[in-house]
Design a protein around this ligand. Structure first.
Ligand SMILES: [Zn+2]
Length: 213
Protein backbone atom coordinates (compact mmCIF):
# COMPACT_ATOMS: atom_id res chain seq x y z
CA UNK A 1 0.00 0.00 0.00
CA UNK A 2 1.35 3.41 -0.99
CA UNK A 3 0.35 6.06 1.50
CA UNK A 4 1.01 9.73 2.12
CA UNK A 5 0.57 11.11 5.62
CA UNK A 6 -0.46 14.72 6.21
CA UNK A 7 -1.04 16.41 9.53
CA UNK A 8 0.01 19.46 11.54
CA UNK A 9 2.66 19.31 14.26
CA UNK A 10 1.09 18.00 17.48
CA UNK A 11 -1.69 15.97 15.83
CA UNK A 12 0.07 12.65 16.44
CA UNK A 13 1.28 12.10 12.88
CA UNK A 14 4.68 10.73 13.91
CA UNK A 15 3.13 8.24 16.34
CA UNK A 16 0.58 7.08 13.76
CA UNK A 17 3.33 6.64 11.18
CA UNK A 18 5.24 4.26 13.48
CA UNK A 19 2.17 2.19 14.42
CA UNK A 20 0.82 2.02 10.85
CA UNK A 21 4.23 1.00 9.55
CA UNK A 22 4.24 -1.97 11.97
CA UNK A 23 0.61 -2.93 11.30
CA UNK A 24 0.83 -2.69 7.50
CA UNK A 25 4.44 -3.95 7.28
CA UNK A 26 5.56 -1.12 5.04
CA UNK A 27 8.38 1.32 5.83
CA UNK A 28 7.80 4.76 7.30
CA UNK A 29 9.74 7.14 5.08
CA UNK A 30 10.57 10.44 6.70
CA UNK A 31 11.98 12.71 4.03
CA UNK A 32 14.08 14.56 6.61
CA UNK A 33 15.80 11.26 7.40
CA UNK A 34 16.48 10.43 3.72
CA UNK A 35 17.99 13.86 3.14
CA UNK A 36 20.26 13.52 6.15
CA UNK A 37 21.28 9.99 5.11
CA UNK A 38 22.14 11.04 1.53
CA UNK A 39 24.13 14.02 2.74
CA UNK A 40 25.98 11.95 5.35
CA UNK A 41 26.82 9.20 2.87
CA UNK A 42 27.90 11.77 0.29
CA UNK A 43 25.76 10.33 -2.53
CA UNK A 44 25.68 12.43 -5.75
CA UNK A 45 22.13 13.56 -4.86
CA UNK A 46 23.19 14.28 -1.29
CA UNK A 47 26.11 16.43 -2.50
CA UNK A 48 23.78 18.27 -4.87
CA UNK A 49 21.15 18.87 -2.16
CA UNK A 50 23.83 20.05 0.27
CA UNK A 51 25.12 22.61 -2.24
CA UNK A 52 21.68 24.27 -2.23
CA UNK A 53 21.24 24.05 1.54
CA UNK A 54 24.74 25.46 2.19
CA UNK A 55 24.06 28.46 -0.02
CA UNK A 56 20.79 29.08 1.80
CA UNK A 57 18.59 28.05 -1.11
CA UNK A 58 15.63 25.70 -1.23
CA UNK A 59 16.41 22.30 -2.69
CA UNK A 60 14.65 22.28 -6.12
CA UNK A 61 11.61 20.03 -6.42
CA UNK A 62 13.16 17.72 -9.01
CA UNK A 63 16.16 17.04 -6.72
CA UNK A 64 13.82 16.34 -3.78
CA UNK A 65 11.72 13.97 -5.90
CA UNK A 66 14.88 12.17 -7.13
CA UNK A 67 16.06 11.69 -3.55
CA UNK A 68 12.68 10.24 -2.57
CA UNK A 69 12.71 8.09 -5.71
CA UNK A 70 16.12 6.66 -4.88
CA UNK A 71 14.79 5.54 -1.49
CA UNK A 72 11.73 3.90 -3.09
CA UNK A 73 14.03 1.66 -5.16
CA UNK A 74 15.10 -0.07 -1.94
CA UNK A 75 13.91 -3.63 -1.43
CA UNK A 76 11.74 -2.82 1.63
CA UNK A 77 9.52 -0.48 -0.42
CA UNK A 78 8.41 -3.25 -2.78
CA UNK A 79 5.02 -3.57 -1.06
CA UNK A 80 4.54 0.11 -0.41
CA UNK A 81 5.47 2.93 1.96
CA UNK A 82 4.16 5.59 4.29
CA UNK A 83 5.49 8.93 3.10
CA UNK A 84 5.93 11.51 5.84
CA UNK A 85 7.00 15.07 5.07
CA UNK A 86 6.68 14.76 1.31
CA UNK A 87 5.27 16.06 -0.99
CA UNK A 88 5.18 19.58 0.40
CA UNK A 89 4.16 21.45 -2.74
CA UNK A 90 1.92 20.89 -5.75
CA UNK A 91 4.87 20.66 -8.20
CA UNK A 92 6.40 17.97 -5.93
CA UNK A 93 3.08 16.10 -5.86
CA UNK A 94 2.83 16.26 -9.65
CA UNK A 95 6.40 15.07 -10.16
CA UNK A 96 5.81 12.29 -7.64
CA UNK A 97 2.65 11.14 -9.48
CA UNK A 98 4.59 11.13 -12.73
CA UNK A 99 7.42 9.11 -11.21
CA UNK A 100 5.04 6.51 -9.79
CA UNK A 101 3.18 6.31 -13.08
CA UNK A 102 6.42 5.53 -14.88
CA UNK A 103 6.73 2.57 -12.49
CA UNK A 104 3.12 1.58 -13.30
CA UNK A 105 1.90 2.42 -9.84
CA UNK A 106 0.23 5.26 -7.93
CA UNK A 107 -0.63 6.61 -4.48
CA UNK A 108 -3.40 4.50 -2.88
CA UNK A 109 -4.53 6.93 -0.21
CA UNK A 110 -3.64 10.17 1.55
CA UNK A 111 -4.20 10.08 5.29
CA UNK A 112 -4.96 13.55 6.57
CA UNK A 113 -4.86 13.80 10.37
CA UNK A 114 -6.67 16.94 11.45
CA UNK A 115 -6.95 18.85 14.72
CA UNK A 116 -8.10 22.33 15.63
CA UNK A 117 -5.32 24.81 16.25
CA UNK A 118 -6.61 25.47 19.76
CA UNK A 119 -6.24 21.78 20.69
CA UNK A 120 -2.73 21.59 19.27
CA UNK A 121 -1.66 24.76 21.02
CA UNK A 122 -2.95 23.41 24.34
CA UNK A 123 -1.22 20.08 23.80
CA UNK A 124 2.15 21.43 22.79
CA UNK A 125 2.31 24.51 24.98
CA UNK A 126 1.63 22.36 28.07
CA UNK A 127 4.91 20.50 27.70
CA UNK A 128 7.52 21.04 30.40
CA UNK A 129 11.08 19.80 30.26
CA UNK A 130 13.72 19.12 32.87
CA UNK A 131 17.48 19.29 32.40
CA UNK A 132 17.62 15.64 33.57
CA UNK A 133 15.69 14.57 30.46
CA UNK A 134 12.28 14.03 32.07
CA UNK A 135 9.30 15.56 30.30
CA UNK A 136 5.95 16.54 31.79
CA UNK A 137 2.64 17.97 30.65
CA UNK A 138 0.67 20.39 32.78
CA UNK A 139 -2.61 18.55 32.04
CA UNK A 140 -1.79 14.99 31.03
CA UNK A 141 1.32 14.28 33.07
CA UNK A 142 1.87 16.98 35.69
CA UNK A 143 4.73 16.91 38.21
CA UNK A 144 3.74 16.46 41.88
CA UNK A 145 4.81 20.04 42.63
CA UNK A 146 4.05 22.59 39.95
CA UNK A 147 7.11 23.60 37.95
CA UNK A 148 9.47 21.21 39.80
CA UNK A 149 10.87 17.87 38.54
CA UNK A 150 9.69 14.84 40.56
CA UNK A 151 12.99 13.06 40.04
CA UNK A 152 15.75 15.62 40.51
CA UNK A 153 13.97 18.65 42.01
CA UNK A 154 15.14 21.05 39.29
CA UNK A 155 13.01 23.82 37.93
CA UNK A 156 11.10 22.83 34.76
CA UNK A 157 11.32 24.90 31.59
CA UNK A 158 9.46 25.36 28.28
CA UNK A 159 11.35 24.60 25.07
CA UNK A 160 11.40 27.47 22.56
CA UNK A 161 9.54 25.17 20.12
CA UNK A 162 6.73 24.74 22.66
CA UNK A 163 6.09 28.44 23.23
CA UNK A 164 2.61 29.46 22.18
CA UNK A 165 3.70 32.05 19.60
CA UNK A 166 6.16 29.60 17.99
CA UNK A 167 3.48 26.91 17.79
CA UNK A 168 0.99 29.31 16.21
CA UNK A 169 3.60 30.37 13.65
CA UNK A 170 4.40 26.73 12.79
CA UNK A 171 0.68 26.01 12.37
CA UNK A 172 0.23 29.02 10.08
CA UNK A 173 3.13 27.84 7.90
CA UNK A 174 1.74 24.33 7.87
CA UNK A 175 -1.74 25.43 6.78
CA UNK A 176 -0.38 27.68 4.04
CA UNK A 177 1.84 24.92 2.71
CA UNK A 178 -0.57 22.03 3.03
CA UNK A 179 -4.01 23.32 2.10
CA UNK A 180 -3.25 23.24 -1.67
CA UNK A 181 -2.10 19.62 -1.27
CA UNK A 182 -5.26 18.70 0.61
CA UNK A 183 -7.29 20.09 -2.32
CA UNK A 184 -5.08 18.33 -4.86
CA UNK A 185 -5.57 14.90 -3.31
CA UNK A 186 -9.24 15.51 -2.54
CA UNK A 187 -9.90 16.16 -6.23
CA UNK A 188 -8.18 12.88 -7.02
CA UNK A 189 -10.49 11.12 -4.56
CA UNK A 190 -7.57 9.94 -2.43
CA UNK A 191 -8.05 12.01 0.72
CA UNK A 192 -9.12 10.34 3.97
CA UNK A 193 -9.66 12.62 6.98
CA UNK A 194 -9.12 11.54 10.59
CA UNK A 195 -9.62 13.32 13.87
CA UNK A 196 -6.23 13.66 15.56
CA UNK A 197 -7.79 14.72 18.86
CA UNK A 198 -9.12 11.23 19.61
CA UNK A 199 -6.97 8.76 21.57
CA UNK A 200 -4.11 7.49 19.38
CA UNK A 201 -5.29 3.86 19.29
CA UNK A 202 -8.83 4.92 18.25
CA UNK A 203 -7.47 6.94 15.33
CA UNK A 204 -5.16 4.06 14.33
CA UNK A 205 -8.16 1.69 14.26
CA UNK A 206 -10.19 4.13 12.17
CA UNK A 207 -7.34 4.54 9.69
CA UNK A 208 -6.83 0.78 9.33
CA UNK A 209 -10.58 0.17 8.93
CA UNK A 210 -10.94 2.77 6.21
CA UNK A 211 -7.88 1.47 4.34
CA UNK A 212 -9.52 -1.96 4.17
CA UNK A 213 -12.48 -0.52 2.29
ZN1 LIG B 1 14.69 16.44 36.52
Amino acid sequence: MRLILLGPPGAGKGTQAVVLSEELKIPHISTGDIFRANIKEGTPLGILAKSYIDSGKLVPDDVTVDIVGSRLNDEDCRNGFIMDGFPRTIPQAQLFDKMLKECHTSVDAVINITADDSVIVRRLSGRRMCQCGRTYHVENNPPKIEGICDVCGSKLYIRDDDKEETIKERLRTYREQTSPLVDYYMKKGLLLNFDGTKPIEVTTREILDSLKK
